[in-house]
Design a protein around this ligand. Sequence first.
Ligand code: SF4
Length: 507
Amino acid sequence: MSVLKQASPSSVLSDAAATPRPSACPGLLRIVAARDGGICRIKLPGGELSAAQARAIADASTRHAAGVIELTNRANVQVRGVKRGEEAALIAALIDAGLGPMPVNGVASHGNTTAAENAVNAGVASAVDAIVAPAAADDVRNVMISPAAGRDPSALFDTRPLCAELLTMLQSETRFAALSPKFALLLDGGERLARVDHPHDVWLAASQEADGVRFVFGLAGCPPMSAHAGAFTQSQSTASEKPRVNDTGALAAILPSQVPALVRALLLTFLDLAAADATRMRHLLTAHSAEAILHHAQRYLDFPLTQNAKLANWHRVIPADANLRLGAHAQRVPGTWHVGGQPPLGRLDADTLHALATLSQQHGNATLHLTPWQSVLLPDIATHAVPVVLSGLNALGLACEPAQAITHLVACAGSSGCARGLADTKTDALRLAARLPAGVDVHLSGCARSCAAAHCAPYTLLAAAPGLYDFYRRDGRPGFGQCVARQLTIDQAADMLERLVRSDTDA
Ligand code: SF4
């Protein structure tokens, strides 16, 4: 074991640290124009939404937008089709529902007074002027935990309190306003229901040691999986693909109580060292070694970061099972279940969101937990209520079985909602669902930006023209993988999927 040496604090900040970076990413306070109207993204702490907040979103989406609500692949929600001139009213309604970032000077608070009234009390011209200030605090709320955190029987650690602490820290420290809105943290408690294939700028994962739980961590990636504990459980690997094992291991291990200080140190280090055009940790790693980054981070810590040779081979041993997001599964407390369903391609209307809120109030704990698979989980359902909740989800059109083809498809907004889209991915995905081979996961992307999938899907259809797609197969290389055919119709893509799956099965 070697202890990373302590260094003295630097008083020199980079340009990146001093200047907030511009962004085209939607946020709650930054509504971005799209072909079908504005997009307002609402970041949910730990993916959790109270039933009352769900109702507020549903009401606001019909009053100020097109009534289309999307679940995102980072367990957040976005309202589409925001009407021109309604932006401030939508933002105020969402903030009044407690969905905004931490209040600044009491302006963006909620309760008996509205955001607009608070703005007047604070002596500012308008609600929008008042709530623009904490936009950066909204942007940094990017901490991913399992939707079953604290409930998953396999978990090593309940990450919810740590997640709350990290979110408070991220919003409290003004320097973090310089982070990209995409800069994201993963806090993995070792749950079986876990999305551990999305790369994060900093990942931390619970690890059982002889004397208790530690958190190991790494930069710009995912917790490495053992070959027997893959993140994919839905026939997602192909015969030609190597086992999806990341062999970078972990950098170091710390106590759970040290997680907030470590994250703070790593983020300050990023801001100290990153060039103005370096927005993500992977960019920093092209200029600085991980060892140099840890060495710099040490100056912000009052405990030593220790490197352990064994951690170079650390792997997550608990299998991750995405199927647990669907249907009913027992929680840690006997007699309680989480019940989940997936709306087609992650989209809901306002009535469906109201109905989900009602189900959670009548049979659960009056919260909805969003998942990074664009689905929803209702926790704390008593055993006797499981059948009624399942039939309620089915009646609302949510898929609750992994055998349902629609749960294996991801599609971005496509040309109907996005000016960059070269094809109507949503409509084409529904057509493909009718012919999709069992258990095969496919991502349809309207352009190369890949908004709908932070991971590389086994198969990607990249739009080339209306109704035509280039067909990619994941093979371990960066991006979508290998392009095996160009300009296929949806029927031709379905034929090719059948052939490839058959040949993989026969191999
Ligand atoms: S992937 Fe391209 S077409 Fe699809 S939503 Fe993103 S920018 Fe638009």
